[in-house]
Design a protein around this ligand. Structure first.
Ligand code: AMP
Length: 214
């Protein structure tokens, strides 16, 4: 299947896309992860992206488009799930054209719905493992005791000020894409609140229903 997982920062896109990869072999393509890795490795791309990411702003379309294009081609245009792309109408238009040109249109856009106050709670309590990238939540999913606490860090863009900006950018630039995909009959909404497995079960259900619909 060719999917987009869509929703605000903190909705659980990365977590759910990771599970879809593990359990259904649908490759997770996270532009945020690719950019963070480039930042860690201090590549040219990483250096260009750093100031935008740390301010909670979007990285310029041109840079991110190249990543998306390469990652989709690496999956032979099939069985992938985009996580964090597209984020602007321009990106969505490009993606439609790119996939249409390869005759590999999207099957669905899964929209994870989570209220704003819950998003802020999740993002401010989120921690990541500096080496593995594993994500934790201090209240619901704390790091195991055998993990070195010095390696448990906060993402630089999970600071309160940046969180507020990321949510504002989402509201202004990304949220309108829901109607873009609704107009194309691709949007499926899923309640993103509750436990990880509970949400995953809902995603499996809607995707199955869609697959049967033909
Ligand atoms: P994420 O891990 O998806 O929350 O992405 C982290 C940051 O990477 C975002 O706040 C942006 O600065 C940047 N980023 C990731 N994906 C995109 C995209 N599709 N367009 C522009 N910037 C992006």
């Amino acid at each position: 299947m060719r999917l987009v997982i869509f929703g605000p920062p903190g909705a659980g896109k990365g977590t759910q896309a990771g599970l879809l990869e593990q359990r259904h072999g649908i490759a997770q393509i996270s532009t945020g992860d690719i950019l963070r890795e480039a930042m860690d490795q201090e590549t040219d791309l990483g250096q260009k992206a750093k100031s935008y990411i740390e301010a909670g702003e979007l990285v310029p379309d041109k840079l991110v488009r190249q990543l998306a294009e390469q990652a989709i081609a690496d999956e032979d245009y099939d069985d992938f799930m985009l996580d964090g792309y597209p984020r602007t109408e321009q990106q969505a238009e490009w993606l439609t054209e790119f996939l249409t040109a390869h005759e590999t249109p999207l099957d669905a856009v899964v929209s994870l719905e989570v209220p704003d106050d819950e998003l802020v709670r999740r993002l401010s309590r989120r921690r990541v493992h500096a080496e593995t990238g594993e994500t934790y939540h201090l209240d619901h999913d704390p790091p195991p005791e055998d993990v070195d606490p010095d390696l448990i860090v906060q993402r630089s863009d999970d600071q309160p000020e940046t969180i507020r900006n990321r949510l504002a950018v989402y509201r202004d630039e990304t949220a309108p894409l829901a109607s873009y995909y609704e107009d194309r009959s691709l949007l499926v909404s899923v309640d993103g609140t509750g436990g990880i497995e509970e949400v995953f079960g809902r995603i499996e259900e809607v995707l199955e229903a869609r697959a049967h619909r033909g």
